[in-house]
Design a binder for this molecule. Structure first.
Ligand code: NAD
Length: 487
């Protein structure tokens, strides 16, 4: 029989943070060797337990094996490998320019770990969204507490078990739990809180952090639009939208296409292309497909069916709409011309429903997007370079992607994060290391190079010299130095 887990209460939280703080203060987490050892062990954990991870993700979300491998396992391993390759370079102080004002001097920016950090993750990619920021925090030399999502319990418990087994528990811990445990954790003083999830809880996290003046990264969501111009390769467009929506956790992804905007005249072609691609990918009866994840739980199932069953929306379904409550499946569903004031157009969908909005001219879509909260991602499909340029100039979103969906988050050389309602701060690649570091500037001077002009008493000559120096007036400076014209 499984041992009953000890209750995680306020007392446990206080003593855990104290212990971690001690490890951090002793400098344990700061050395390059410790960081590398932990990342190597994390990589080993993933390699040795690939099938356990796949099984846990299947229990939590019925995630197809290949999807789990591509979007959770291999991405976590890729982050480990990147850190192992680049960490020495990232940890090196960066040289900075100096100026005439500080002459003679040199300057650098030192990346310093912040201390003890808290990572709270979400259920939809419960393995990757937990470990990706943990890797960044360890790489930057911090002690870490991870609170995985209780909504994906099998993955949460796997993380607790294996992290305790593989990593240094004097500096890295996992706390399982739901709202009460997270609330107790949020009462503690952290040096950074990294939260992934919805904006409502994001506000709770930020309010708790404010009490201790703790900085936060909030990785939130939003309604990510896809604009489809008529000047496209429609077959490729449909494949890339269908795979970025339904093959990514059945639409339960923060960067999944939330709604499409296209022109009235092109919309029927878009609907046909999406329908035939869906059939190619998931067969005639998608509820039988093994290549679709299911809805995470009955709460989310009910939330999604409520969006679909709203009076003004239910007659707009042009494809799909079937559901099986017992198995938590909703078929990939396309809706055409849903009203702007419907629930589905005012909430993040986060599931297998995809409404299409139509406009007279494709350019009108830009105003429509800008009239809503800033999304986490915005997509444009077009061959028109002028339209592409206008989109990049006009649309504010966490990230933009032209002629594809979702793929931008797989590129470690660009930051991933939201703006406005979709979040603050960013991570991935070196941006994760930066998110958990303080960039400490250091200016080095010697005892030479004394300039008496900076010290009182301020004579007219000194004033003239300092003014010329601070105004960047080189000729004035030379003249002041040689004392010409004589007064
Ligand atoms: P969730 O229910 O797993 O909640 C996220 C975390 O918040 C969990 O660990 C949970 O325990 C904690 N939590 C919940 N209620 C709380 C409370 N009252 N006080 C303190 N902690 C609490 O996940 P979710 O919010 O349903 O996730 C979906 C949302 O997350 C969507 O909006 C999605 O777009 C967004 N998301 C964003 C990203 C990103 O990288 N930007 C990734 C995934 C999901």
């Amino acid at each position: 029989m499984e041992e009953e887990k000890a209750k995680f209460d306020r007392e446990s939280a206080v003593s855990m943070v104290e212990e971690l703080r001690k490890s951090f203060s002793k400098g344990k987490t700061r050395s390059y060797e410790w960081r590398i050892e932990q990342i190597k062990m994390l990589h080993k954990l993933v390699e040795e337990h690939e099938s356990d991870i796949i099984e846990a993700l299947h229990k939590d979300l019925s995630k197809p094996e290949l999807e789990s491998f591509m979007s959770e396992i291999s991405m976590t391993k890729a982050t480990c490998k990147l850190v192992l390759k680049e960490l020495k370079h990232w940890m090196k102080p960066e040289k900075a320019k100096t100026s005439l004002t500080t002459y003679p001097s040199s300057a650098e920016i030192v990346s310093e770990p912040l201390g003890v950090v808290l990572i709270i993750s979400a259920w939809n990619y419960p393995f990757l969204l937990s470990l990706d920021p943990v890797i960044g925090a360890i790489a930057a030399g911090n002690a870490v507490v991870l609170k995985p999502s209780e909504v994906a319990p099998a993955t949460s418990s796997l993380l607790e078990r294996f992290i305790a087994e593989y990593l240094d528990s004097s500096a890295i811990r996992v706390v399982e739990g739901a709202v009460p445990e997270t609330t107790v954790l949020l009462e503690q003083r952290w040096d950074k809180i990294f939260y992934t999830g919805n904006g409502k809880v994001g506000r709770i996290v930020m309010a708790a952090a404010a009490k201790h003046l703790t900085p936060v990264v909030l990785e939130l969501g939003g309604k990510s639009p896809v604009v489809i111009d008529s000047n496209v390769n429609l077959d490729v467009t449909a494949k890339r939208i269908v795979s970025g929506k339904w093959s990514c956790n059945d639409g339960q992804a923060c960067v999944a296409a939330d709604y499409i905007i296209t022109t009235k005249s092109f919309a029927p072609k878009v609907v046909d292309a999406l329908k035939s691609t869906l059939e190619k990918f998931f067969g005639e009866d998608p509820l039988q497909s093994k290549d679709l994840s299911r809805i995470v739980n009955s709460n989310h199932f009910t939330r999604l069916t409520k969006l679909l069953d709203e009076d003004k929306v239910s007659d707009k379904i042009v494809h799909g709409g079937q559901r099986d409550e017992k198995c938590l499946y909703i078929a990939p569903t396309i809706l055409l011309d849903v009203p702007q004031d419907s629930l589905i157009m005012n909430e993040e969908i986060f599931g297998p429903l995809l409404p299409i909005i139509t406009v007279d001219k494709v350019e009108e879509s830009f105003d429509l997007i800008s009239s809503k909260s800033k999304p986490l991602a915005a997509y444009l499909f077009t061959k028109d370079k002028k339209l592409e340029k206008e989109f990049v100039k006009t649309i504010s979103a966490g990230g933009l992607l032209i002629n594809d969906t979702v793929l931008h988050l797989a590129l470690p050389s660009i930051p991933f994060g939201g703006v406005g309602e979709s979040g603050m701060g960013s991570y991935h690649g070196k941006f994760s290391f930066n998110a958990f570091s303080h960039k400490k500037p250091v200016l080095y001077r010697s005892f030479g190079g004394e300039a008496s002009a900076r010290y009182p008493p301020y004579t007219p000559q000194k004033k003239r010299l300092l003014k010329a120096l601070l105004n960047g007036d080189i000729i004035g400076l030379i003249l002041a130095l040689i004392g010409w014209p004589r007064t």
